[in-house]
Design a protein around this ligand. Structure first.
Ligand code: PLP
Length: 376
């Protein structure tokens, strides 16, 4: 039996996405910048995907720029906004639990002379809007905060934070990394209060290597990739029409079932937690009201990598911490009070609407076996 429970790392592309990519490679294979019919056909495919993604965020199609993925979207948001607005205002405020693609970019901006203030959760593991308002001042150019933490599933109060900060400092540019929330929770750009939103296709049954950034009308970003001025000059380079078409197809499919899938995965999460309660030594690290798609646990002090490979030997795929960190321990669990042996033995189980109770039963059975048999 093979049980894939690493969907926060990547998802299996859905049939609709695969078909859309194949069509764009075999039928509409033109370069969307070309002035002839083949180019126009590719352009139309891309326009359609752009409209679908824009509609899912409740915005105009012109506000969506395609990128190579959320890592690039996050880089463009942070570097582009700081280059455009950061001549005089030199401070950036961020949550202390951001993905490496944000956090490393913040460090690079720090090296360029920006002051970065990383706000931590309080002792209860939660963020409070007033902590962000207090961290911001007249010198602040940018506020960045993810919607859902990729390691624990904690849902950050991004909307509340953006609203409170904008009320006092309307000029601050707000950016939200929505990778783990998009198509899972209802995300609308205007009600979220974000000027910039990063998205990735491969977390939502699209294909790897494509993402998007929402840029609110009137917000200026200095491009980080220059060249042929595709994507209105914001992101040069021939667009990957097959990947974009697949992204659009995945959003078209998933956009219709966000509440239904959320309800189903919430039932799955409750079921999993109930089963885990019977396994000795398991601690649940995810908050009860976190994303139903992600459950972070610690397995009786057994080192994550050892347990991960034991589970792999049984055909069960999970992640230790964040998949992007490739075995490198991230500082995020500690921010949530997960330290020492609990951090060293943390595993992330991430589900989709295709996950079944039988798969979870098998995972729990293998985990229990691992806890009693695995050393270390
Ligand atoms: N942001 C978050 C929260 C993520 O979980 C990830 C991927 O793990 C990324 C950004 C990076 O996305 P991509 O793989 O599209 O570059």
């Amino acid at each position: 039996m093979q049980v894939y429970l690493d969907n926060a790392a990547t998802t299996k592309p859905c049939a609709e996405a695969v078909q859309a990519a194949v069509d764009a490679m075999t039928v509409n294979f033109g370069n969307p910048s070309s002035l002839h019919r083949a180019g126009l056909d590719a352009q139309l495919v891309m326009d359609s995907a752009r409209r679908t993604i824009a509609a899912s965020l409740g915005v105009e199609a012109g506000c969506i720029t395609f990128t190579s993925g959320a890592t690039e979207s996050n880089n463009l948001a942070l570097r582009g906004a700081c280059a455009a607005y950061g001549k005089k205002r030199r401070k950036i405020v961020a949550s202390a639990v951001e993905h490496a693609s944000v956090d490393e970019t913040l460090s690079a901006l720090e090296a360029q002379g920006f002051e970065v203030c990383r706000v931590s959760p309080r002792e209860d593991g939660r963020f409070y809007p007033e902590d962000f308002v207090n961290a911001c001042d007249g010198n602040t150019v940018l506020l960045t905060m993810m919607a859902v933490n990729n390691e624990t599933g904690y849902i950050l109060p991004a909307k509340e934070v953006f609203t409170a900060v904008k009320r006092k400092f309307p000029d601050i540019i707000t950016h939200c990394d929505c990778v783990q929330a998009f198509m899972k929770l209802p995300i609308k750009a205007t009600s979220l209060g974000a000027d910039l939103i990063s998205l990735s296709a491969h977390k939502i049954h699209g294909v790897k290597g494509v993402g998007a950034i929402y840029i609110r009308k009137g917000v200026r970003l200095v491009p980080i990739v220059t060249g042929g001025k595709q994507e209105k000059g914001i992101r040069s380079g021939t667009e990957s029409v097959p990947l974009i078409a697949a992204f659009g197809a995945a959003v078209e499919k998933l956009g219709k079932t966000i509440p239904k899938r959320r309800e189903y995965t919430a039932e799955l999460k409750a079921y999993l937690l109930e089963k885990l309660a019977d396994v000795e030594g398991v601690t649940v690290n995810s908050p009860e009201d976190g994303s139903p798609y992600i459950v972070n646990i610690s397995a009786a002090g057994k080192r994550s990598e050892i347990m991960l490979h034991f589970l792999e030997s049984k055909g069960v795929y999970v992640s230790s911490g964040s998949a992007c960190s490739k075995g490198q321990q991230s500082g995020v669990p500690a921010q949530f009070g997960i330290t020492g042996k609990r951090a060293d033995s943390a595993l992330r189980i991430s589900m989709t609407a295709d996950t079944t109770r039988e798969e979870l039963d098998y995972f729990v059975q293998c985990l229990a076996e691992g806890i009693s048999n695995v050393r270390g």
